[in-house]
Design a protein around this ligand. Structure first.
Ligand SMILES: NC(=O)C1=CN([C@@H]2O[C@H](COP(=O)(O)OP(=O)(O)OC[C@H]3O[C@@H](n4cnc5c(N)ncnc54)[C@H](O)[C@@H]3O)[C@@H](O)[C@H]2O)C=CC1
Length: 302
């Protein structure tokens, strides 16, 4: 099965490339700029047709949440219109599309974990642009799986785990917000889930489970709890450590508003596909270990 992924060096893209190495029947082709530029619709179909995918994974996105407040046109062009063109091109080729979306489509005012049927109400340009993408994908290709994920980290790219380890190398104490709740999710687990579903989808004309799903790490925490676990784990491995001081969102102003509660209920994905992500602490431990043993050490200082 040839799986074509949009993006070249993102967290999910890199994780898919790595995890697919243990699936001899899967070939992953990455497709990014300049051949495929989501901000340039004319590049999208041509690039996708040339790679002849069995399945398209739409993982590339404009992910700079705060910067998006200053660049709404670009964020919507990439995450909304661009994502729609990817799904449309897949439809023309006859391929299903697995599209990544975000917990930030919700406003965070809910009490429990969000289910797929809950009404989205994004509070940021990034969240709104990703919601536009979900709508465009669903309209362009009936054979779509929209996977909303959250709080993504990995040994690759930029993410919270790397930031905490980098800051802890220079400081004794880090102030981290304790009133935003969610599900830390390893991109390596996202890759495993995608490969699991891809195997169910491939060549199965009777596949009837298209739609929107929440896919996130098992368990929940807030950013400060996440930071503590990262740094305790790092200390146990002999890596950098800092104390974590709880602060409130109001004490850490950012351009984009973030949902206070963006916990995602994962039961639909589990019951439909028989796959559950590992507990977030376990997956975090593995990523911290990998970052500390140095295989990607140079990126910690980047
Ligand atoms: N990082 C996170 O915490 C979360 C991410 N997501 C979603 O998951 C997906 C994957 O996220 P990550 O791997 O963390 O993102 P990332 O920021 O690590 O990688 C994004 C990729 O998109 C590519 N890209 C950006 N603009 C492009 C353009 N105009 N044309 C072609 N490629 C372009 C980048 O080069 C990069 O390869 C995205 O759809 C994101 O919105 C959802 C929830 C949380």
């Amino acid at each position: 099965m040839r799986l074509v992924v949009t993006g070249r060096e993102g967290q999910v893209v890199s994780s898919l490339v790595e995890r697919a190495r243990t699936h001899p029947d899967v070939e992953v082709v990455t497709l990014g700029r300049p051949e495929l530029d989501l901000a340039k619709p004319e590049t999208i179909e041509r690039a996708l047709v040339a790679t002849r995918p069995d399945l398209v994974v739409s993982a590339a996105a404009y992910t700079a949440v705060d910067q998006a407040e200053d660049e709404p046109d670009l964020a919507f062009a990439v995450n909304g219109i661009g994502a729609g063109h990817v799904a449309a091109a897949a439809a023309r080729i006859g391929a299903p599309v697995i599209h990544l979306s975000t917990d930030y489509v919700f406003d965070g005012s809910g009490e429990g974990a969000y289910v797929e049927e809950d009404e989205p109400a994004p509070r940021s340009v990034y969240g709104a642009s990703k919601l536009a993408g979900e709508q465009a994908v669903a309209k362009a290709n009936p054979r779509h799986l929209i996977l909303r994920t959250a709080w993504v980290y990995s040994p690759f790219g930029r993410n919270f785990v790397k930031t905490m380890l980098r800051l802890a190398a220079d400081r004794d104490e880090l102030a981290v917000v304790a009133d935003q709740w969610g599900n830390p999710t390893s991109a390596l687990d996202i890759a495993d889930a995608i490969l699991h579903v891809a195997a169910m989808l491939h060549g199965n004309k009777d596949f009837a489970s298209y739609g929107v799903y929440h896919l996130a790490g098992t368990g929940e925490t807030n950013w400060s709890g996440f930071a503590r676990h990262i740094l305790d784990t790092s200390q146990a491995f002999g890596g950098p450590y800092a104390r974590v001081r709880d602060i409130a969102t109001v004490d850490y102003p950012t351009k984009a508003q973030r949902p206070a509660n963006s916990r995602l209920a994962r039961t639909k994905f589990t019951s439909e596909f028989g796959w559950t992500a590992p507990e977030w602490r376990e997956s975090t431990k593995e990523v911290v270990r990998r970052l500390l043993i140095g295989e990607t050490r140079q990126t910690l200082t980047a």
